[in-house]
Design a binder for this molecule. Structure first.
Ligand code: MF3
Ligand code: CO
Ligand code: CO
Length: 285
């Protein structure tokens, strides 16, 4: 059997526990949006996603160790490619919908999907997001971190710290039988209180058996709306928080990189998490 076939086979051989199915049925009767059974990961799948997430974290750890002032974003891409390969894994980004590199490197006013390049160097005072997704035996782990290069302004330092706090607040809301909307409601409330805005066009997502699965995880939403969170679901939370206004534009030349429209700074942190019966567990950071 291929890895793909093995992964698929667990939907039959490892059924969803009866008490969870009953709780899902109860939610359906309350007119809540209930996930398809394919979005509930089975124990062997979770073990595989955990491995992919572990390697993805190792890759980001390697970047954290080597990132420095004067480095090009291509060198970051080289580290990601090397460490991923050394772990017998695959960079999910390379070739995804035509994406040309192994990782996304988004600097200052770049919101996400910055494309590594030899000519693009990081300098003292820059903030950069490195977003990495790893495939291992056909399972996916997805995470991103911010790095501050040299001495960063207090405003940038605060944006990076408060965006991390937004992710943590989102995770607190990511409990079983809450809804996806509860996550975005909690994040947006906190971000706005800090004087920041929340990017609407991009969000977190189901992940694990594929790269981008349902549900879409908006980082600004209404509480008690959207899909109910069920133990066994694996999602990312990855708030993109702008120091200025929320509007974004896409690079007309590469059709990938997203910038803030007003040129203000933007930060993002991403974890892959598993919804458990008691809360959640981080699978990649
Ligand atoms: N890792 C990103 C995410 O968090 C997706 C990047 S897609 C790419 O969902 F093609 F730009 F790499
Ligand atoms: Co990502
Ligand atoms: Co993601």
């Amino acid at each position: 059997m291929t890895d793909e076939e093995l992964k698929e086979s667990y939907f039959k051989s490892e059924p969803i526990p009866e008490h969870i199915l009953e709780h899902m049925e109860h939610c359906r009767q309350q007119h809540m949006e209930v996930p398809d059974e394919k979005l509930i990961k089975r124990p062997s799948q979770i073990a595989g996603i955990r491995e992919a997430g572990r390697i993805n974290t190792l890759v980001l750890d390697a970047v954290a160790k080597e990132i420095h002032d004067g480095m090009s974003t291509q060198e970051i891409d080289d580290i990601v490619a090397r460490v991923t390969k050394d772990n017998d894994a695959i960079c999910a980004c390379l070739g995804f919908e035509g994406y040309p590199k192994n990782v996304c490197t988004s600097i200052n006013d770049e919101v996400c999907h910055g494309i590594p390049a030899r000519h693009r160097k990081i300098h003292d005072g820059d903030i950069i997001n490195v977003d990495c997704t790893t495939i291992y035996h056909s399972y996916y782990g997805d995470a991103s971190r911010m790095f501050m290069i040299g001495k960063v302004s207090p405003a940038r330092e605060r944006l990076v710290a408060e965006t991390k706090k937004c992710l943590e607040i989102g995770m607190e809301a990511a409990k079983p039988w809450n809804t996806v909307g509860d996550i975005g409601a909690a994040i947006a409330k906190y971000a706005h209180h800090q004087g920041y805005s929340v990017v609407r066009e991009l969000g977190g997502h189901g992940v694990g058996n594929g790269f981008h699965e349902d549900p879409f995880v908006a980082h600004i939403a209404k509480a008690h709306t959207g899909m109910v969170l069920v133990p066994g679901m694996v999602i990312t939370i990855e708030p993109m928080i702008n120091a200025g206004k929320a509007a974004v534009v896409i690079d007309p030349y590469n059709d990938w990189t997203i910038y803030t429209k007003d040129g203000s700074d933007s930060a993002q942190w991403e974890h892959t998490i598993l919804i458990t019966e008691t809360g959640n567990e981080i699978l990649s950071y």
